[in-house]
Design a protein around this ligand. Structure first.
Ligand code: SF4
Ligand code: SF4
Length: 409
């Protein structure tokens, strides 16, 4: 059970029992329980990786209902691309990060595949020179994936994340081509192509009221292929506001998610469910901020302007030419304010606060005009968290004799 405890409560247990003590120590290490005499920051170093979103192009062959981009015909040049990598590494070194993670995004980044290769080769050389870890992921709609790309991604040690929002009509209702035709068949084919060629894609599902009832079916498809996945809730933006049927209806979302959980219960995966099963919550370790905005996150647009979040890409704070862009992002008091959960009204006394952290700050601000209050999705979260923890418990029990699975806790 997720809980906190203090030293006096320890006396209720027989800590001469070595097995119990080892279990408690493991739970502490993973942030599942917390000694209330310590501060959160001493429990877990939240930010050791500097994340950078590289908007390689604003172009895309799809027209997703929730997209926040205008799709202007603008690409990032190679010169600007190098400058974004240089700026990321400058900030990583200036601020003591141990690792850099690059997200090659857009628009559709596979439209700029040669640029991905150039930039990631360059990033690898900088990481080696500066003794920093490097991770990279391509965030794609999947429709342009080809076998030679898969081989290149593997050789560059790049991961692939593909967006898939449901089976057939559910996916198509969110993610049609520019001409209106559905993209599901091509995306499903791309996932199987990647698997057949030895690359396991991560599936990103966006859940809205329009697609919630289709969740069980797509979950079965994902689990059948043993794919890692994350379930994210739709966030309204200026361009999507007219699609009223996508807005999160609590009952529809909870019912759809619980039906998907039932499917998971009957097909429990070997990998942990705690990281991406409910929107922005991370149930795998205690933390205080929902995302890295304003802390360890740089979002570069195609012209080298830098914003705090990809959904605010058209509201840049600085650019690639400053010495330490992250310092400027961290100092900003005007754009999105990503407060600690301790500062959010309604969250301070919540038993889930160090795993939920109050939801996406941008979504909260859109709904309430404030950053210092709990998420508008709070009721949905509270209905689902206990069920998600139960699922993880069932998973651990199922694989209790498999040492690898316990390590993945
Ligand atoms: S948004 Fe709700 S569930 Fe999340 S920490 Fe705040 S009060 Fe708890
Ligand atoms: S502010 Fe919201 S949309 Fe932006 S990175 Fe954070 S959680 Fe994601």
């Amino acid at each position: 059970m997720l809980s906190t405890f203090n030293n006096s409560e320890k006396c209720e247990y027989n800590l001469d029992d070595l097995e119990l003590w080892e279990t408690i120590t493991k739970f502490l290490d993973h942030g599942l329980i917390r000694d209330t005499n310590t501060t959160l920051s001493s429990v877990r170093a939240e930010y050791q990786t500097l994340n950078a979103w590289l908007h390689l192009t604003d172009r895309c062959n799809l027209r997703c209902s929730y997209c926040y981009l205008p799709h202007v015909r603008e690409d990032m040049s190679l010169e600007t691309g190098y400058a974004t990598i240089d700026a990321t590494f400058r900030s990583a070194l200036a601020n003591g990060f141990k690792q850099v993670k690059l997200k090659y995004a857009g628009g559709e980044p596979l439209l700029r595949f040669p640029l991905i290769i150039e930039l990631h080769n360059y990033a690898q050389s900088l990481a080696e020179k500066n003794v920093l870890g490097l991770e990279g992921v391509v965030l794609s709609n999947g429709t342009l994936l080809a076998p030679d790309m898969i081989e290149t991604l593997k050789s560059l040690d790049l991961r692939l994340m593909i967006s898939l929002d449901g089976m057939g009509k559910y996916h198509d209702s969110h993610r049609p081509y520019a001409g209106g035709r559905g993209s599901f068949a091509d995306v499903a084919e791309a996932v199987d192509l990647a698997l057949a060629n030895g690359l396991v894609p991560n599936i990103s599902l966006t859940v809205s009221s329009r697609t919630a009832e289709g969740l069980p079916e797509v979950m079965a498809w994902i689990l059948e292929r043993d794919l890692p996945f994350s379930l994210n809730f739709y966030r309204e933006n200026e361009l999507s506001a007219s699609h009223e049927d996508m807005r999160l209806d609590e009952e529809k979302i909870i019912n759809g998610m619980l039906a998907a959980f039932k499917v998971i219960e009957h097909n429990l995966p070997r990998r942990s469910l705690l990281g991406g099963i409910i929107d922005r919550a991370n149930l795998s370790a205690s933390h205080a901020h929902t995302c890295g905005v304003g802390q360890n996150y740089l979002v570069f647009d195609q012209n080298g302007q830098i914003a705090k979040c990809q959904m605010h890409i058209r509201k840049p704070i600085t650019d690639v030419y400053v010495a330490d862009p992250l310092a400027v992002i961290r100092a900003d008091q005007i754009g999105i304010q990503n407060l600690s959960v301790e500062e959010k009204e309604g969250c301070k006394t919540c038993e889930w606060k160090y795993w939920c952290t109050g939801g996406c700050p941008l979504e909260t601000y859109r709904a309430t005009g404030r950053y210092d209050v709990k998420s508008p999705n709070c009721n949905i979260y509270k209905a689902l968290y206990p069920k998600a923890v139960r699922l993880e418990g069932l998973r651990l029990l199922k694989y209790q004799d498999d040492p690898e699975v316990v390590v993945k806790l």
